[in-house]
Ligand binder design. Structure first.
Ligand SMILES: Cc1cc2nc3c(=O)[nH]c(=O)nc-3n(C[C@H](O)[C@H](O)[C@H](O)COP(=O)(O)OP(=O)(O)OC[C@H]3O[C@@H](n4cnc5c(N)ncnc54)[C@H](O)[C@@H]3O)c2cc1C
Length: 313
């Protein structure tokens, strides 16, 4: 079997699979390579995805793979890409290689969790980061927001609209008295002592333990996560990136390197301050990139003008 493809997609999350679907439906030969570490894999369910709300992440992937299997020009392999060279030659972790006319990176982000102790075991289960993914599940519950920066104060106020009881835990950082007053006026408790650990039963948070003072019973905590690129392939190819590490793309998923596209959480446009990290948004960006790649190849094969030509500055 040939190892040359119209498109190689690296990453089989919602972004990569959606692009593979679009390209398979355009009869493009596609190889999708996936290492299987989806960003939301620790979570019980995917929320905020119309028609799929509440589906376990692994089930969503299974459904995606099943749909792709109906398209004979799409090959899916559970294998990691170790390196890539311009042209594009991909070196696979199993020792094989693949050649691609166009490359789509959909390698996603990983989250570093700076603390407190005990947070890793609760991540995606009762320790969260996104109010749109997990806020609703905190309705009526005892919730904590860790941190003291303005975005954390904002999040505490946001959750106070529907959580039973919200506490902002600043972990030893002082809070401006006016900010504290505003929080308390909206029913948010403030705890400024240093946090030592999260106590849980299994993956269910029970209480927040402080260096001094009584522990605080909580059912969920919104903790600080530090996202980073899960793969360095975009950097190896020289794709332009923002200071936060996100790869810069235009509205069509094109990176600064000709022939290299990026979709999903790993990429954003200059006009978007943070990646719109959601499953349905990742899938949508994959669909767009898939169609634009198909048009790019069509232009090359039939010597046609580029309908998505970059606007001249
Ligand atoms: C705890 C948690 C819960 C979340 N819950 C929700 C939710 O309820 N609803 C929602 O809309 N969003 C949720 N999100 C956000 C959601 O997970 C992401 O927006 C979405 O997964 C992004 O899709 P993606 O395809 O860009 O990346 P991913 O889903 O992360 O997929 C990237 C894939 O690329 C693979 N990969 C990386 N490098 C390589 C390589 N070198 N070779 C081969 N494969 C590689 C990875 O293994 C992975 O399978 C959650 C995030 C977290 C952290």
């Amino acid at each position: 079997m040939s190892n040359t493809f119209d498109v190689v997609i690296v990453g089989g999350g919602p972004a990569g699979m959606a692009a593979a679907l679009t390209l398979g439906r355009a009869h493009r030969s596609v190889l999708l390579l996936d290492a299987g570490q989806g960003r939301n894999s620790p979570a019980e369910a995917v929320h905020n995805f119309l028609t799929r709300d509440g589906t376990p992440p692994s089930r969503l992937r299974e459904l995606g793979r099943r749909e792709l299997s109906a398209y004979p020009s799409v090959q899916v392999r559970e294998e990691s890409v170790a390196d890539v060279q311009q042209g594009f030659l991909l070196l696979l972790s199993g020792g094989g290689t693949a050649l691609a006319r166009r490359l789509l990176l959909a390698t996603g982000l990983a989250d570093d969790l700076p603390g407190p102790r005990g947070v890793e075991a609760l991540w995606g289960r009762s320790a969260f980061h996104c109010p749109y993914c997990h806020g609703y599940e905190c309705t009526g519950k005892q919730v904590a927001v860790l941190g003291a920066d303005p975005p954390r104060v904002r999040l505490a106020l946001q959750l106070s609209r529907f959580a039973g009881d919200v506490a902002l835990c600043t972990d030893g950082r002082p809070l401006d008295p006016e900010v504290r007053e505003r929080l308390e006026a909206n029913g948010v408790t403030v705890r400024c002592e240093a946090v030592t650990r999260l106590e849980a039963t299994g993956d269910r948070l029970e209480e927040i333990v402080f260096e001094s003072g009584p522990p605080l019973a909580r059912q969920a905590a919104f903790v600080v996560n530090v996202p980073r690129q899960r793969s360095d392939l975009a950097a190896r190819l020289g794709c332009a990136a923002f200071p936060d590490g996100c790869v810069e793309v235009d509205e069509f998923g094109r990176t600064s390197v000709p022939g290299v596209y990026a979709a999903g959480d790993m990429a954003r446009r200059a006009t978007v301050p943070v990646p719109m990290a959601a499953v349905v948004a990742a899938a949508a960006s994959g669909t767009v990139a898939g169609a634009v790649i198909d048009q790019d190849l069509l232009g090359e094969d039939f010597d046609l003008p580029d309908p998505f030509a970059r606007a001249k500055g």
